[in-house]
Ligand binder design. Sequence first.
Ligand code: URA
Length: 208
Amino acid sequence: MSNVTITNHPLIEHKLSILRDVNTNPTIFRQLVSELGALLCYEATRDLPIKPVEVQTPLTTMTAYEMQESIALIPILRAGLGMVEGIWALIPNAHVFHIGFYRNEQTLEPVEYYNKLPKNHPFNTCLILDPMLATGGSAIATTDIIKRWGAKKIKFVGLIGAPEGIRALQEVHPDVDIHLAAIDDHLNEKGYIVPGLGDAGDRQFGTV
Ligand code: URA
């Protein structure tokens, strides 16, 4: 079964509490999604391999270390977009590929509408980005797609998860590790995480 890592650092708790607040405006909300993405990515990439390189400092030469792997960031549209900037600042040579789903409001099932993955898959690690792991439908569908594309090492990075979504992703893709800032109580009948923060896409883009 996959690992679920909850990173409950004071900075994360603080930023998450502002993010949850219904009075937080879209500008601050976007900034916090980006910052939280970066903080969680720091934990999610902790086990990535590094390789030794010779570096000339102003004083001498030494053996330092650089990342060995090529990384693909896969934000799920729309809400995952907000997590890209902060993570890209930490891993500037990562490649970014978007996958888009909308939710069928009757069935709550994800329907794919955008997928621009290139033909070849030269990446060692793929990070799927979506702030809310609610039913798990989009995360499972995205994992299906990128596994067919050739991805082997996949991690899901989100902000808040519902127990139902975590369970669903673990059952279908037990090899995908899950990184979150919090696990909330439950999903409501409309598929929203409770207490949650509302619709992460609407709150980022001011479409509430
Ligand atoms: N997507 C969101 O943006 N919020 C939820 O609570 C659930 C899914």
